[in-house]
Design a protein. Sequence first.
Length: 344
Amino acid sequence: MGCHCFEILNKIMVYIKGISYYLPERVMTNEELVKEFPEWSVDKIARKVGVNSRRLAAENETAGDMAGKAARKLFEEYSVRPENIDFVMLCTQSPDHFLPSTACILQHRLGIPTSAGAFDFNLGCSGCIYGMALAKGIITAGVAKNVLLLTAETYTKYLHPSDKSNRAIFGDGAAACLISTEGFAKIGEFSLGTDGSGAEKLIVRTGAARCKDSAEKNEVDDEGHTRYDDYLYMDGSGIFNFTLEAVPSMMKDVLEKNDTIADKVDYYIFHQANKFMLNTIRKVCVLPKDKFYVNLEEIGNTVSSTVLIGLKDCLDSGTIKEGMQVMVTGFGVGLSWGGTILQF
């Protein structure tokens, strides 16, 4: 009996049914950054990270606010009724409060029934992929039928004013994805990974339980970047080297788990870290340029939302069509990584 039930659950197919996203109104251009950092030029920033402008959350605008706006856009675009949502999960590293979970606040704010489950999970660049895996597990376990996956981040509020590199890269934003027992993109098998030994490579040291009080401490790293304990620090070369090591093997694992080969993948949407890193990954993995998504110019690196934003843009532009196999991956803070295949 138990084995029979497992087989039935295992046959449940899980799909993406809708994707929307929200970007804050405030636009910061490279021209504005250059005024603060005259040693740079507009062209140098664009060449270095591939970003011409990025969106910044308003002073009183939180990740929860942005996630709620993305969810409402999804409800409107896909005629989704909030009462049909039976689980809410929010991926964020900038929650509205230490507690309660921001997803619980959004359940109430969005008019989703109190019978729905809700939680936050703290993950960054790979968070969208982990969220898909969690949602698929919840649905195949019979816990829910319609999972609202939200991603939202306000990394720019963690950046020191003098941190020109990260201020050039990161932008704020949120995305919403409805995952269900029916839809337009079947979610495949996952490859997930974690290496916590690299936690120091992308970190905000203070503010939580390990070091609650402000440290007001800084030091210069091996690359000449000032490390402020009270703000986000990223070891750029360390993250770059980790990515080049983790992503190729993850890709291989994703292909094997989904019983396919690279030649049968029609398009690749990877976490939009920065232009140089993406182009290097593409070359190392020998992926065709016309099958590889790179689009950071107007919004920068929005952390956990980059993949969903990319999917939505490619669907709207017709780049992704019915019948295509698309590989999606995320990698970064944690250190963590994940990937899967979507069948459209």
